[in-house]
Write a protein that binds this ligand. Structure first.
Ligand code: GTP
Ligand code: MG
Length: 206
């Protein structure tokens, strides 16, 4: 299947380096190693676009990706920028890094009018953890629309997937900014990518 040509624009370590406002943006957030960068690669059909790794904390900046020329819809995606966020919650993260993450992400969420939705990725094997709840609280506080996405569903048995979706839906019941639908994906098996594209398109043109 043909895909548009996506390109890395820049890595943003702090607010003053944000690119000027452009097309609508969506961002991928979640615990380190949950599969954010892998899902961006699967979604854009470009392996190696976002760097993936087994080392938690690989992505340390807000990484901006855009389809080259933003020349219109590609593969059912309207023109947009995709932002890969640094992961949170890995065991060895020093407290200053946790604070830096919170500050960077919170400022970005609060100040970026073109940011339409954050997709918060949850490992289908582990479900929603305390630091995910903390991230959700932050987004609720910023009134930032977000949607939960299960990753790595190839690692669990088929009947466990709907169970995990229900369990995850249960966690967002009291979250005002959460979009009440959970998408199940696997980058490895290219599952759920069309559902995700549809959700992205809806987030951009509600
Ligand atoms: P940070 O940048 O550290 O926050 O991690 P990340 O969330 O970007 O995770 P990344 O995409 O780098 O993936 C982490 C590891 O999980 C890599 O070894 C991937 O190959 C693996 N992985 C990602 N998606 C899937 C998936 O759908 N299925 C399986 N089985 N493995 C996956
Ligand atoms: Mg990453």
């Amino acid at each position: 299947k043909a895909h548009g040509n996506w390109a890395f624009v820049k890595g943003v370590p702090s607010m003053e380096f944000l690119p000027p406002l452009g097309p609508p943006e969506i961002a991928f957030a979640g615990r380190s190693n949950v599969g954010k960068s892998s899902l961006i690669n699967a979604l854009t059909g470009k392996n190696g676009l976002a760097r993936t790794s087994n080392t938690p904390g690989r992505t340390q900046e807000l990484n901006f990706f855009v389809p080259e020329g933003f020349s219109g819809a590609m593969d059912n995606l309207p023109p947009l920028a995709i932002v890969d966020m640094p992961g949170y919650g890995y065991a060895k993260a020093p407290i200053e890094m946790v604070e830096r993450w919170t500050e960077l992400v919170f400022e970005y969420m609060r100040g970026r009018v073109t940011l339409k939705r954050i997709f918060l990725l949850i490992d289908a094997r582990h479900g929603v953890k305390q630091n995910d709840l903390d991230a959700m609280k932050l987004m609720d506080k910023a009134a930032m629309s977000y949607q939960l996405v299960l990753t790595k569903t190839d690692k669990i048995k088929a009947p466990a997937i709907p169970r995990m979706i229900d369990e995850t839906l249960d966690k967002i019941k009291k979250s005002p900014a959460a979009y009440p639908e959970v998408i199940a994906t696997s980058s490895e098996k290219s599952r759920g990518l069309d559902d995700l594209r549809e959700a992205i398109a809806k987030a951009i043109n509600p």
